[in-house]
Ligand binder design. Structure first.
Ligand code: AMP
Length: 636
């Protein structure tokens, strides 16, 4: 057993190639439970069911002189890495070959072992990327004692603090040909068309609802066979199975970056990070997210109970090619930096422990499958009623195992043919802050619109119900506005106009997520009361002057409505202009009077609302502008 004072840094089942075997017997791989401690790599007997049993061997990490991947052809096996260790770098060395169970584990173990052997004085310059089989190296065909043939892909500077990678020089100061994070020289070729293969790694599990689509397993690699369409790509897995899978569930291997780590939250805002960390309430729970103010930079958010429960945010700073949070710990990569701070708070409020269990949620897919928007109503299991609106009743439902909301369109309320055509386009709109349209059941009446289900329902009702708690939480309210703005900035970029943006058309999901719904539906309403600005149901109170005057809709008229939505949010769902009749509202807007500042709304936020209510359309900000301004207030 790893003794009590040996801290366990990593443990996992992996397979290990037997050592000291006759060169003529076939290679033999055994399941072993591996434990990495600061000074040893220990492996134990056992299997996946019974767990760890007797210790079978250990490698003293101070004796390790190379930690490298093994080429596939050596064992006809993927994900094998090797530790070469022993008293000298040549004849007396021993090689331990280990096969990881996923690409992520392979890289993760390699990285962590390397960070522990970085100060060894015996690190090698060259190694064999193949294996010694029948007394011959599979890589260079040399005999057992042949000088190793391949420059190491990684080394560490012996004079540097652990965690710093030696950049471009070897130990004698000569330029090094290979460096740790240098991309491999040439990508493998795709056999069908001789183009370089596009290899992606799944960043979420994906369980298809349609036969013929390809399931994805997190951290596994897939070859992309067809990527002509934006949202669904044809891919092939390791077993040669092919099918379509959502492109937003994978990331190109070459640019995987931080996506492979559970602690990376991408573009999550400060508020979202706080929400997630506070809910977990675990000391040292942490996430890394993109800095909202500086592109290409990152922020670390950490939860600590000391002295009082709080989330602290730290900018990860850069100096040359080193990242750091405090002057005492500097690393070449962010994962290295995180790793260091797991064992040493180094100026942070606490040492980093683990990412949140319910951190990064898988995104929605653009429709339920490639090229499919017609849903068979027999596949839908209808559940309770969620509410009713302009078009009729909305019910919760299950589409296979997926939660959905089903809008049952009251007959005669919409021009159905035109909408069904448009629905094909709308399923392709995909963003974290848009209610995803999955498809329609259009072959019977009433038609059903099937969308993503959001458990807390309408934003307007949510604000009204939670007023007591929310009214003074201006940071949380501003974050709601930012989320709506993000969804709208996406629509603006897609040149898609909402036409009816208001709190009643936004929904609230888990983790405090807000999504914009009903985009574009206003065009298909068949109701004289709704159609023109004179109609009783027309949303006059959200309408920009150019809409009132000429029915001229644009993304800029959506921005005006967004200003009114911000006002709804900061009043926790009050009716804009109170009981004023439509004609009086029009007079007010035309004469340049704007809604008053909500009692608890900060002046800076009210200034933003007023920007949305700029009469001159050309001077009114875009959603992209509004996003920057909101973020600036958040970060101030
Ligand atoms: P609507 O017809 O869009 O105005 O919806 C009527 C009501 O149904 C809303 O106020 C919500 O409470 C509920 N609802 C609509 N869509 C969804 C959804 N996707 N998820 C959960 N509840 C919904």
């Amino acid at each position: 057993m790893a003794s009590r004072n040996e801290e366990v840094l990593r443990e996992a089942f992996m397979t290990k190639r037997s050592q000291n075997k006759s060169p003529f017997t076939p290679t033999n791989w055994k399941d072993r439970w591996f434990v990495l401690t600061p000074h040893n790599l220990i492996y134990y007997d056992g299997d996946r069911n019974s767990g760890r049993k007797r210790e079978k061997g250990r490698v003293d990490l101070s004796k390790v002189w190379a930690v490298e991947s093994v080429e596939y052809s050596a064992f006809q096996k993927d994900l094998v890495f090797q530790l070469v260790y022993g008293s000298t770098a040549d004849t007396e060395s021993v090689t331990l070959y280990i096969a990881a169970s996923s690409a992520h584990d392979h890289d993760d173990w390699l990285e962590h072992i390397r960070s522990l052997v970085g100060n060894n004085t015996n690190l090698a310059e060259v190694f064999h990327k193949g294996a010694l089989l029948r007394n011959q190296w599979s890589c260079c065909r040399g005999p057992k004692d042949a000088v190793a043939c391949t420059p190491v892909t990684w080394t560490r500077n012996n004079n540097a603090t652990p965690g710093m990678l030696c950049p471009e020089v070897d130990r004698s100061g000569r330029p090094r040909r290979y460096c740790y994070d240098q991309p491999s020289p040439s990508p493998p070729l795709n056999q069908d068309n001789m183009l370089p293969k596009k290899i992606v790694v799944a960043i979420y599990d994906y369980n298809p609802t349609e036969i013929g689509d390809l399931p994805l397993r997190k951290n596994e690699e897939y070859e992309v066979l067809q990527d002509a369409e934006e949202n669904w790509w044809r891919m092939r897995n390791r077993n040669g199975e092919e099918g379509y899978a959502p492109s937003n569930y994978v990331k190109e291997k070459a640019s995987l970056g931080l996506q492979q780590y559970d602690w990376y939250l991408g573009d999550a805002t400060r508020q979202r990070a706080e929400f997630i960390l506070k809910r977990e309430e675990k000391e040292g729970c942490f996430v890394v997210r993109n800095s909202t103010t500086t592109t290409g930079m990152y922020t670390l958010s950490v939860y600590s109970k000391q002295p009082t429960p709080q989330v602290k945010h730290y900018h990860i700073k850069r100096e040359g090619d080193l990242y750091y949070l405090s002057q005492s710990i500097k690393c070449r990569t962010i994962p290295d930096l995180i790793f260091k701070h797991k064992y040493n708070p180094g100026g942070l409020c606490t040492r980093l422990r683990s990412p949140p269990t319910h951190g990064r949620q898988p995104p929605t897919t653009a429709g339920i499958s490639h090229d499919k928007w017609e849903i068979d109503p027999n596949e839908l299991n209808l559940l309770e009623e969620l509410g009713s609106g302009q078009f009729g009743v909305v019910r919760h439902g299950k589409l296979k195992c997926m939660d959905v909301a089903v809008k049952m369109m009251k007959e005669g309320t919409m021009s159905e043919e035109a909408f069904i055509e448009e629905a094909k386009v709308m399923t392709q709109l995909q963003h974290t802050n848009l209610v995803q349209l999955y498809g329609v059941c259009s072959r019977h009446r009433p038609i059903y619109i099937v969308t993503e289900y959001l458990r807390y329902g309408s934003l307007l009702l949510y604000l009204r119900q939670k007023e007591k708690h929310l009214i003074t939480c201006s940071e949380q309210l501003l974050d709601m506005c930012l989320q709506v703005c993000e969804g709208m900035a996406y629509l603006e970029k897609q040149r898609f106009i909402h036409r009816d943006l208001a709190a009643r058309n936004c929904l609230v999901g888990s983790q405090g997520v807000i999504k914009v719904g009903d985009f574009g539906l206003a065009r298909y309403v068949v109701d004289d009361e709704y159609a023109g600005s004179g109609g009783a149901k027309f949303p006059i109170k959200w309408a920009a002057p150019e809409v009132l005057n000429y029915m001229r809709f644009s993304s800029k008229s959506d921005v005006w409505a967004f200003g009114v939505l911000m006002w709804e949010v900061f009043t926790c769902g009050r009716m804009p202009y109170g009981k004023l009749r439509n004609a009086e509202v029009v007079d007010r807007v035309q004469s340049g009077q704007v809604l008053e500042r909500p009692t608890y709304c900060p002046e800076t936020v009210y200034e933003l609302m007023k920007l949305c209510w700029t009469h001159d359309v050309d001077r009114r900000p875009s959603f992209a502008d509004m996003r920057c301004q909101i973020v600036e207030i958040q970060e101030a």
